[in-house]
Design a protein. Structure first.
Length: 89
């Protein structure tokens, strides 16, 4: 089962990369614009989850880990978008 899931993951990531390239080259967007759009759409489910599940207190260790991983993910995404933009032009 894990082999099928890993192939599906690789296929879906290939599709995401092709769609990113298409959007960046077709609409002449700067990579940071696409990153901001993706980041803001990620915030849409937050109020719904908060309303349904509530909020439980978190320790500082968990908050620091989550914040650090978020910053590193966004920096990696920016680097990936700029690398793709260089390859497109």
């Amino acid at each position: 089962m894990w082999a099928v899931l890993s192939v599906l993951y690789a296929f879906s990531m290939a599709m995401v990369n092709m769609m990113d390239k298409f959007v960046l080259s077709r609409w002449r967007l700067k990579p940071i614009v696409l990153l901001l759009i993706l980041g803001l759409t990620g915030l849409v489910p937050a109020p719904v989850i908060f309303a349904v599940r509530g909020f439980s207190p978190l320790s500082w260790k968990i908050i620091l880990t989550a914040g650090t991983s978020t910053v590193l993910l966004k920096l990696a995404s920016i680097a990936l978008m700029f690398a793709g933009a260089v390859l497109i032009t």
